[in-house]
Design a protein around this ligand. Structure first.
Ligand code: IPM
Ligand code: MN
Length: 353
């Protein structure tokens, strides 16, 4: 097969983790005889430094004409002064919006060898396998923002259509898994949540009668997620709740550095990024965890390129590398740790065996 992939390393540890993801992608392409063209473009703070804007037009058009976009991370203290006129994050939101990738899939699976890496008790974590479906192009992230001398506001809006399509994606995925969908909202307070609950109920009842739907308030969900994480299968929620709850859920897996994500829209094109940020505190040291990015490459292979066997091979290689003890410092708080490069090597090693 033939495909064009836009690669956006971004800021902080972004370039370090992307380097490992790209090496895995190239090896798999070569092994399978696939003709992949990788096109690297500036994005985020790095693009602000180069051009004055976080998402330069050329970066956007490259992404729009690509089959998939692989992104590292963006942001950092250099660009985050409260009075800053342009911010790296604006570029990320604009890219998600422009690509129409409204469905952000964030799978969380606990690797048995990492039960000790989490701050939670191992017996609570064994067997956890859940999938967050976060709405990504609506809600408070994209509403009108106002600011004057004495007040500020961020508007949160959801349309019926926006809720319908994200609930369909989540219910469809639940159908392919254990058939359990939890929809998370704050319907005891927010009007958008009351609409969300109504629409979710209608869509699941009428179009996915085999899927069981439970509604949960976001505060309770935050608690149940760490009290009984094994009970969850697929969770669907709005943009900001999804942002917050998936950072929390990463602690089930043991580290924020492990979690990949796929952002999908109507076609096959997707945006793939680890859920962690640019981690300026450890950037440039070669100790960032590359597995979230490598697992994002697996999602890219599966969802945008249709290369299921390659995706599975890569996921198994990561799992085997972890089994073999290739753990970056975030995964090995007390034991010996390896570098970003060595963790990437450990995966490549298993891919080429
Ligand atoms: C994420 C990040 C972004 C978000 C930031 C960097 C804008 O936290 O992808 O989870 O809030 O969506
Ligand atoms: Mn986040």
């Amino acid at each position: 097969m033939k495909a064009r992939i836009a690669v956006l390393p971004g800021d902080g540890i972004g370039p370090e983790v992307i380097a490992e993801g790209v090496r895995c992608l190239r090896v798999l392409a070569e092994r399978g005889g696939h003709d992949l063209t990788l096109i690297e473009r500036p994005f985020g703070g790095a693009a602000i430094d180069l051009t004055g804007e976080p998402l330069p037009p050329e970066t956007l058009t490259t992404c729009q004409s690509a089959d998939a976009v692989l992104l590292g991370a963006i942001g950092g203290p250099k660009w985050s002064a409260p009075e800053a006129k342009v911010r790296p994050e604006q570029g990320l939101l604009e890219l998600r919006r422009a690509l129409g990738v409204y469905a952000n899939l964030r799978p969380v699976k606990v690797h048995p060898a990492l039960l000790g890496a989490s701050t939670l008790k191992p017996e609570v974590l064994t067997g956890v396998d859940l999938l967050f479906v976060r709405e990504l192009t609506g809600g408070i992230y994209f509403g009108e923002k106002r600011r004057d001398a004495t007040a500020a506001s961020d508007l949160c809006t959801y349309t019926v259509t926006e809720i319908e399509r994200i609930v369909r994606v989540a219910a469809h995925l639940a159908q392919q898994r254990r058939g359990k969908l939890v929809s998370i909202d704050k319907s005891n307070v927010l009007e958008t949540s009351r609409l969300w609950r109504e629409v979710a109920t209608r869509i699941v009842r009428s179009e996915f009668p085999q899927v069981s739907l439970e509604h949960m308030l976001v505060d309770a969900a935050a608690m149940h997620l760490i009290r009984r994480p094994r009970d969850f299968d697929v969770l669907v929620t709005e943009n900001m709740f999804g942002d917050i709850l998936t950072d929390e859920a990463s602690m089930l897996a043991g580290s924020l550095g492990l979690l990949p994500s796929a952002s999908l829209g109507e076609g096959r094109r997707g945006l793939y990024e680890p859920i962690h940020g640019s981690a300026p505190d450890i950037a440039g040291q070669g100790i960032a965890n590359p597995y979230g990015t490598v697992l994002s490459v697996a999602l890219l292979l599966r969802h945008s390129l249709g290369l299921t066997a390659e995706a599975e091979a890569l996921e198994q290689a990561v799992s085997a590398a972890i089994d073999a003890g290739a753990l970056t410092p975030d995964l090995a708080p007390s034991g010996p740790a390896v570098s970003t490069r060595a963790a990437g090597e450990a995966v490549l090693d298993r891919l080429t065996r």
